[in-house]
Design a protein around this ligand. Structure first.
Ligand SMILES: [Zn+2]
Length: 283
């Protein structure tokens, strides 16, 4: 499942191919992804120029010169791939939409499980305001800071791990990077959110750990993808070197720690942590 770093990288790749180009033609090969494909999608974007591509949390927004925008979510398995110039008869059978640009490049939206979606944002931008209203600040934005997080967690008794997955608290942190950030900040994933919030230094550590892990993953992923010629290659996803995620029973990577990484389930999602490194006295 793409998390913030993957979405950011896909957004950057997409910018290379779409920015300042015009949608020449759009082919739609499915009625429905997570939602129905908007009936006016093709007519609203055809012959329109892409003027901006941005990301909010795990959403990609493609803005056009007619004040319409495309709101895209990649779901579990969504990705954009450049269609090779040398066409073969056995095209990827999971191509759901195909965009042909003014420079004749063809970009395929591929989605095996069809949980992604495309929505049209009209010039009044209501859809965008609705989205922003239900999302907390983006994890990499300056609005996501210690003061904000202390204020937003101070009355919450849910675990800090569950709080980080709540997109109304912070936009873009998913299951993998929540575990990694808590390990880096040395905070137990089961600790009550309000107890973390009481400790300014720890909240500070958590904020900078989240930003560090996400930026680092973007950088590493970006270079991995460049090496693998992504968007022209097979997959948009990459394996970041995780310290705890998916490392149950393996030795902790911290110096002077030989504990084994533990796995627990919190609100239905797996959490990985080191109970020796991630200790915090509640005050
Ligand atoms: Zn450890």
């Amino acid at each position: 499942m793409p998390e913030l770093p993957e979405v950011e990288i896909i957004k950057n790749n997409l910018s290379d191919y779409l920015l300042d180009k015009t949608f020449h033609s759009i082919e739609v090969f499915t009625d429905k992804l997570r939602y129905k494909i908007p009936h006016n999608l093709v007519e609203s974007i055809k012959n329109k120029r892409v003027i901006d591509i941005t990301r909010i949390a795990k959403y990609i927004i493609v803005s056009l010169d007619n004040n319409y925008s495309l709101l895209i979510h990649l779901g579990m398995t969504g990705n954009f791939l450049i269609r090779p110039k040398k066409k073969s008869s056995n095209d990827n059978k999971h191509v759901r939409l195909r965009f042909t640009m003014s420079d004749h490049s063809e970009i395929d939206y591929v989605d095996i499980r069809k949980f992604g979606f495309f929505k049209l944002i009209d010039p009044q931008k209501n859809e965008l305001y609705k989205l922003k209203a239900k999302l907390g600040p983006d994890a990499l934005s300056n609005d996501f800071n210690t003061r904000y997080l202390q204020r937003s967690l101070r009355h919450r008794s849910i675990s800090i791990k569950s709080a980080l997955l709540n997109q109304q608290i912070v936009g873009g942190v998913g299951n993998i990077y929540a575990s990694e950030a808590l390990f880096r900040a040395k905070i137990p994933p089961t600790m009550e959110s309000k107890k973390v919030a009481k400790n300014k230094i720890k909240t500070d550590d958590l904020i900078s750990s989240i930003k560090f892990i996400l930026s680092d993953a973007i950088q590493v992923g970006g270079s991995t993808i460049r090496n693998h010629k992504n968007m022209e290659g097979k997959s948009g996803y990459f394996q970041y070197k995780f310290n705890v995620y998916n490392r149950e029973n393996m030795e902790c990577n911290s110096e002077n720690c030989s504990s084994k990484i533990k796995k627990i389930v919190q609100t239905g999602r797996s959490t990985f942590y080191c109970d020796k490194c991630q200790k915090m006295r509640s005050r």
